[in-house]
Design a protein around this ligand. Structure first.
Ligand code: ADP
Ligand code: MG
Length: 241
């Protein structure tokens, strides 16, 4: 699997026109860490994740992945793989093709692609579904395919943007367990965006609680829950501070 990599965000500023969404944001994520960005809708979580992925330009600051300054690199050259909330699967392609397509475009040898797809499918219980199309899958199965498509990249860093938000509570609980198992198995760095406190508390090594483009607290789930630094963190994480 891919080599795990640290992520270092230095004085990141992002503006849309005259609106400042992120201002001087600093965050260092250790290799192999599971870091959750937690905050209410509109606080800048996706903006930050998209900037790390290279889908969005920073106005100022630097993004380092694996010790390399990737601030101006194309998304494909950053050593990351991303899972979106909307799945973003290709409707006309089979599950197998959805997972292999990106590797084919990148020129990965066929045998290597097959090995990786089989391994990812097995990890995500997708093996019996490889020849189906997305329309023939449940929401939970589709999200598994979206995760599988990221896994075959064998990246050092995985980015998740609210991957479970479209699923019902039962499936969310199941996939939480699977994502945690994947993290343990791959040892890769994971940055996981959510507005769901339970997800954050159960998945994270550390949680960055965001409000209005600012990280209010960066700590372990236990610390965030027991010792929130301010009223916002206390009310958002739901502890009785
Ligand atoms: P979150 O993911 O935490 O819900 P976002 O990162 O999507 O929040 O958005 C943060 C803020 O930036 C919001 O106020 C949103 O309206 C604004 N925003 C996001 N994308 C754009 C854009 N392309 N143009 C203008 N404003 C944007
Ligand atoms: Mg978002």
């Amino acid at each position: 699997m891919g080599t795990t990599a640290p992520v270092d965000l230095k004085d990141i500023c992002i503006r849309f026109g005259s609106i400042r969404v992120l201002e001087n944001l600093n965050l260092t994520i250790a290799p192999g860490e599971f870091l959750v960005l937690l905050g209410p809708s509109g606080c800048g979580k996706s903006t930050l994740l998209n900037a790390i992925a290279g889908l969005l330009e920073v106005a100022e600051g630097e993004i380092h992945i694996g010790g390399r300054n990737v601030t101006w690199d194309e998304p494909k050259d950053r050593g990351i793989a991303m899972v979106f909330q909307s799945y973003a699967l290709y409707p006309r392609m089979s599950v197998r093709k959805n997972m292999s397509f990106g590797l084919e475009v990148a020129g990965t040898p066929k045998a290597e692609i097959e090995t990786r797809v089989q391994a990812a499918a097995q990890m995500l219980k997708l093996t019996p579904l490889l020849d189906r199309r997305p329309a023939e899958l449940s929401g939970g199965q589709r999200q598994r395919v979206a995760i599988g498509r990221a896994l075959v990249r064998q990246a050092g860093v995985y980015l998740f943007d609210e991957p479970l938000s479209n699923l019902d509570a039962q499936l969310r609980a199941e996939l939480r367990v699977e994502i945690k198992r994947l993290h343990a198995r791959l040892g890769a760095t994971m940055i996981y965006v959510t507005h769901d406190q339970i997800e954050a508390l159960t998945l994270a090594d550390r949680i960055a609680v965001m409000q209005g483009g600012v990280i209010q607290q960066l700590d372990t789930p236990m610390k965030i829950y027991r010792e929130p630094v301010n009223r916002f963190v206390a009310s958002f994480v739901g502890s009785p501070a």
